[in-house]
Ligand binder design. Structure first.
Ligand SMILES: O=C(COP(=O)(O)O)[C@H](O)[C@H](O)COP(=O)(O)O
Length: 329
């Protein structure tokens, strides 16, 4: 549990806890929730001092970015909103309005980006294609659903995505739209890939070298696709591109609790058993056919150009990010 103080309204702590506990999950949804939380914080500020307000919003930013380390959409969304404090705001009221407007503009941008990704991405899917997807990515799903709406007959293999089974959510979402879905364990991918025409997944972070960080298991799927020359697409908003990797940061991989893998009783009865539960992995750029963004479909090697154009240098310091390398020993 994140320690609650009287500083922020309860809703802000609730959002932070929900991100940490994966009740709000998926890089795009996490980013929008963080922007929403900053907006709520700004609206509820009770003080009367501009500098104090700025400190308060930065504290809220710190709280939110501390919840999950891997998806760069979270600090990018927070940076987007914090830009409000870098503009010429001279009064508390102006600063409050600027934060609220920036948060709204991020949420609006995120919604529009998903629509654009669907539009560009559906062109990569052909009538009759069998598509494989992993985890639960709104960006990847938006592409599949758009192609389906355009009348293309698709069959989708959705991986279960252990240990948290996000593949069930994906299956439900696709079935609701009338798409044919088969749920498979991800361990069967090398067996199934011979039936697959296209792989499409989402991203938590795209690094400057075009490598993509996504749900654990993605890189094994990419390897299997590469082996059989199956096209492997990543659908992602550009706010999942990491400006930090442009200046040499490596993407921190989140390790989640052992209890997501085995029951507490099993853990108790085998105290010497060590369990590792990495939540994400890295797919190298040479396994990726194209990255479908709201700006168009780019080769992975063009990631650095997008980052430079969109962000320049990072806006918030690694101190606010609170980024700490995970101990995997
Ligand atoms: O890896 C995950 C979710 O991991 P988790 O469930 O651990 O958050 C998704 O593939 C990306 O976040 C992209 O999702 P979207 O396209 O919806 O942003």
């Amino acid at each position: 549990m994140i320690k609650e103080t009287a500083l922020f309204p309860q809703q802000v702590y609730q959002i932070a806890n929900d991100i940490r506990d994966m009740k709000i999950r998926g890089a795009g949804r996490i980013a929008k929730a963080a922007a929403e939380a900053l907006k709520i914080a700004a609206e509820s500020y009770k003080g009367e001092d501009l500098e104090d307000f700025k400190r308060y919003i930065k504290e809220a930013a710190k709280l939110l970015t501390s919840t999950r380390p891997t998806a760069v959409s979270l600090p990018n969304a927070v940076s987007w909103v914090l830009k409000a404090l870098n503009t010429n705001v001279n009064t508390l009221q102006a600063a409050r309005e600027a934060v609220i407007n920036q948060a709204n503009s991020f949420i609006q941008y995120a919604d529009q980006a998903l629509r654009k990704i669907a539009e560009y991405g559906e062109k990569m899917l052909r009538d009759g294609d069998t598509v494989l997807t992993h985890c639960n990515s709104l960006a990847a799903i938006s592409v599949i659903v758009e192609a389906h709406k355009k009348g293309k007959k698709l069959h989708v293999f959705a991986t279960e995505t252990r240990p948290m089974y996000q593949g069930y959510i994906t299956s439900e979402m696709l079935l609701k739209e009338g798409v044919n879905v088969t749920l498979i364990p991800e361990s069967s991918v090398r067996q199934i890939i011979r039936k697959v025409d296209r792989v499409i997944v989402g991203a938590d972070t795209v690094a400057a070298n075009g490598a993509v960080v996504n749900k654990i298991g993605t890189s094994l799927i990419a390897l299997a696709a590469h082996e059989r020359a199956v096209d492997f697409f990543v659908a992602t908003e550009t706010f999942k591109f990491s400006p930090y990797t442009l200046i040499g940061d490596i993407v921190p991989i989140e390790f989640r609790p052992p209890s997501e893998i085995v029951g507490v009783d099993f853990l108790k009865s085998h105290p010497n058993l060590r369990i590792l539960n990495p939540a994400f992995d890295v797919t190298p750029p040479n396994y990726i056919t194209g990255i479908i963004t709201e700006l168009g479909i780019i080769p992975p090697k063009a990631a650095a150009i997008i980052i430079e154009e969109m962000y320049g240098r990072p806006v918030i310091s690694s101190e606010i990010l609170g980024r700490v390398e995970e101990d995997i020993s």
